[in-house]
Structure formats: structure tokens, C-alpha cells
Design a protein. Structure first.
Length: 308
């Protein structure tokens, strides 16, 4: 369903470019919102084009790697790095974003578990562009199942070590599948968004109400968060248990808050923003054992929130 839809949308936007480019330019003049609709339309065209190129490349990888799983995974990793970096560069170009990163010298070596803040609809591009492509660290991803609507993620995800969480599934089954990602890591890493979803005050209130029933001792700390949701420890604790010798990368970022929802983009507030990343590496030997890990995770997420 998605591949022909993406192709037809790209053809339609390409053919109608002489109409929508001047049209959205005029809208930008009257709205005085940094020509954000024109910028978003240009990015959407580039996004569709990159998806189609990626799908053709994926088909080529399958054709040249019959029976060679290792070679196929390597080529898909290279394609993943190209795809994520291309998407992020298009985003920076059309929205006039700049980036800075602190602590990138701590990314290597693996194995590592990467716990990253979730703030927008595009921050899935950050680890691909700024960690995997920049440093060559191959990551295994825990994503929500809804992202399968992206055909490149769908194709690459089923050819690589991705797991797409079914939020309607049973907790035990989902954690068992996440656990498999952390087995036999070698020099690779597993990436997880511990918050599970993007921040809103309503989601924060619900999370704190749930926390009050299970771990009331953490409520006061969670209430102090201003920009992040309290982490959902289940998946993080499962990964820590499965890969006890892996260091942990804590990744905070700010500057993409104006892209939490598609409607947020239309205000134009995100145009010209600086996207800043901060990475901390925690040695495996410094991570507490047992139930103390839950408090450890919340303390680190307080640090992430303070950075934001």
C-alpha cells in the first residue's frame, strides 16, 4: 500500500510543482511565518524522493546478496546511514537548522545501550545521522509499530535488527522480543526511547498517576521534570539485564520541540533553530544492580530534563 502511494505522491508533487511552489511562496508572504509551508512542501518532496531511491537500493541489495545474510546486513547498514543522513540534511536545509554535539567522542566502542530522549516526529533521524553514520556504530532499534508506515523503515527493519513494538500486545511478549536485540551484541548497540512517546503535560500527568500506584517513591522526582516524560523502565531494565557488560549512552537533545506534532510545524517556530545534542557514557561497572537501576534511570532522566 505505501510504496505505490509514495510513488504517486512524488509524481503528483513533481508534476504540480509549477503551481504549488509559487502558491506556497505567496502564502508565506501573507502569513509572515518564515515561508514554513513552502519549506515543508519542499522537504516532503525530498523525503518522498529519498524514500523511492532507498527502496530501489534495497531491491538491489536483495538481488546481489542471495544467501548471504552477513553481506546483506552490512549493505543495509550502509543504506540506513545514507537514508538517515540524507533525510536529516534535507530537514536542516529546508528548515535552516544548525546542529552541535557534545560528547560524541564517547560513542565508541561498543557494545552499548543507547537511551535517547523522544521529543519530535523526526528525532528518529538523529541517531542514524549523528551516531551511526558519523561514528560507524551499528545500532539495533526499538521503534513503535506505527513507523512501519514508512516503507524504507519497513523494508530495512525486516532485513536488520529492528523491533517494532506493538503497544496493544502483551508486556511479556514485547519484552521478550526486545531482549533478543541485546543478545550477542558484539561491537553493536541497541537504541531505545525510554519515554515511549513525546512529551505533553497530559501525558506527564497520566504517567505520574500510574507511577504513584507502582513506585510512589519516584513521584516527586518525576513531578520535577519540565520537558521530559518519566521513563518507562520495563524495556530499559530488560536491556540492562540482558547485556550487563554493555556501557550506556545517555543522549539528550533540544531544539526539535517545535516538531512534536505536524500542526506544530505550521507555526514556523522551528525554522532557524539550533539542534543541540549532549551524550554521556556510563560505564557498565558504574550501573547499579537490581531494583536500584530504576532510580538510576530516573536520576539520569532528570539530568536529561535539566539539559533541555
Amino acid at each position: 500500500m505505501t510504496i505505490p502511494t509514495y510513488f504517486l505522491l512524488w509524481v503528483l508533487l513533481t508534476v504540480l510543482a509549477p503551481l504549488w511552489i509559487p502558491g506556497t511562496f505567496l502564502v508565506g508572504i501573507f502569513r509572515r511565518c518564515s515561508f514554513v509551508i513552502l519549506r515543508l512542501m519542499m522537504f516532503f518532496w525530498a523525503y518522498l524522493a529519498t524514500e523511492l531511491v532507498g527502496l530501489v537500493a534495497a531491491a538491489g541489495i536483495y538481488l546481489v546478496t542471495p544467501g548471504s545474510v552477513e553481506r546483506r546486513e552490512d549493505l543495509f547498514f550502509r543504506l540506513e546511514c545514507w537514508w538517515g543522513n540524507a533525510m536529516f540534511e534535507w530537514l536542516c536545509l529546508f528548515l535552516s537548522l544548525s546542529t552541535s554535539i557534545e560528547g560524541d567522542d564517547q560513542i565508541l566502542p561498543g557494545p552499548v545501550l543507547v537511551f535517547i530522549r523522544h521529543a519530535s516526529i523526526v528525532d528518529t533521524l538523529l541517531p542514524v545521522a549523528l551516531i551511526s553514520r558519523a561514528k560507524g556504530l551499528q545500532l539495533r532499534y526499538v521503534f513503535k509499530r506505527e513507523l512501519l508506515i514508512d516503507p524504507c523503515l519497513d523494508v530495512a527493519g525486516h532485513a536488520s535488527h529492528y523491533y517494532f513494538i506493538d503497544r496493544g500486545g502483551t508486556t511479556d511478549d514485547e519484552l521478550a522480543n526486545i531482549r533478543k536485540l541485546a543478545e550477542n551484541l558484539g561491537e553493536q548497540g541497541v537504541l531505545l526511547y525510554p519515554e515511549g512517546t513525546r512529551f505533553t503535560e497530559r501525558k506527564k500527568r497520566i504517567a505520574i498517576e500510574r507511577l504513584a500506584k507502582t513506585h510512589p517513591e519516584l513521584v516527586s522526582l518525576a513531578e520535577s521534570f519540565q520537558h521530559c516524560l518519566p521513563p518507562k523502565p520495563g524495556a530499559a531494565l530488560t536491556l540492562l539485564e540482558t547485556a550487563p557488560d554493555a556501557d550506556v549512552l545517555i543522549v539528550a537533545h533540544r531544539g526539535l520541540e517545535g516538531m512534536a506534532e505536524v500542526t506544530d510545524l505550521l507555526s514556523g517556530a522551528v525554522v532557524g533553530q539550533k539542534v543541540e545534542l549532549r551524550i554521556w557514557r556510563v560505564n557498565a561497572a558504574d550501573i547499579p544492580r537490581g531494583e536500584a537501576r530504576r532510580r538510576w534511570l530516573f536520576d539520569w532522566w532528570k539530568r536529561v530534563d535539566d539539559f533541555v
